[in-house]
Design a protein around this ligand. Structure first.
Ligand SMILES: [Zn+2]
Length: 243
């Protein structure tokens, strides 16, 4: 598979002490990566606890050594976090269910317990389903609107057009709303006092913008299949933590 499809965050790339990538559908993460058996929970574990991969259930993994930590997603948010104070890194899987369960605040709180401050955190939200293709019915919307963690949910009553689309957007199926899941992630990070300039959302919708086989929801509409997408982050091997 071509390296051209590997996406990175400009924000995280500005930090020389780490490496990271949002891999295309079907590409394996680094062999030594730690990741949990993901269950849409708010459970966060350490890289030591998450290796070998999937031995523990968790939706976020934090490392303070050089082992890469990873998450796998289809349409959910892959969220990579770097702590410039203690050089911790985290990979978090946040779909709608996990986000509403609080996986992002839990991950940030855990990093803060490890010595980070909100101002020391840099976050990239990778390719995920965007409001151009993410229709939700009344029940799902109501679950969001009644959740205290969703302080400013953004959604549209008519389907937004995505000018970056390389294939047809999702077709409306239920006269629902078009929900902005990446923005929900950003809002939860802002609510944890992370500065807005330190949060980046990659503008790639897995349904209509990313390479084929990227979207779980697209597969439910087209049956063309899908492959998991891995996102990973690691502190560089040569990196020595400052005292
Ligand atoms: Zn889309």
């Amino acid at each position: 598979m071509s390296d051209a499809l590997i996406r990175t965050s400009a924000l995280l790339s500005s930090l020389s002490w780490l490496e990271h990538a949002f891999l295309p559908a079907g590409m394996a993460p680094p062999a030594e990566s730690a990741f949990g058996r993901q269950r849409h929970t708010a459970s966060i574990i350490t890289a030591e606890e998450a290796f070998p991969p999937k031995i523990r259930e968790a939706d976020g993994v934090i490392a303070n050594g050089s082992r890469p930590v990873a998450v796998y997603t289809a349409d959910c948010l892959p969220v990579l976090i770097a702590d410039t104070r203690r050089h911790q890194v985290a990979a978090v899987h946040a779909g709608l269910q996990g986000a509403l369960a609080g996986v992002l605040p839990q991950a940030v709180a855990r990093l803060i317990r490890g010595g980070a401050t909100p101002e020391s955190l840099y976050v990239a939200i990778g390719p995920a389903i965007a409001p151009c293709c993410y229709e939700l019915g009344d029940e799902a919307l109501n679950n969001i609107l009644t959740n205290p963690l969703a302080t400013a949910p953004r959604y549209f009553s008519s389907q937004p057009r995505n000018v970056r689309a390389v294939r047809p957007q999702a077709q409306a199926a239920r006269r629902g709303v078009w929900f902005d899941l990446p923005e929900l992630g950003r809002q939860m990070l802002l609510d944890m006092q992370i500065p807005a300039a330190q949060i980046e959302i990659l503008p790639v919708c897995t349904y209509c913008c990313a390479e084929p086989r990227s979207s779980y929801r697209r597969n439910t509409h087209t049956s063309e299949g899908y492959d998991l997408r891995y996102a990973w982050i690691r502190r560089r091997n040569s990196e020595v933590r400052s005292p």
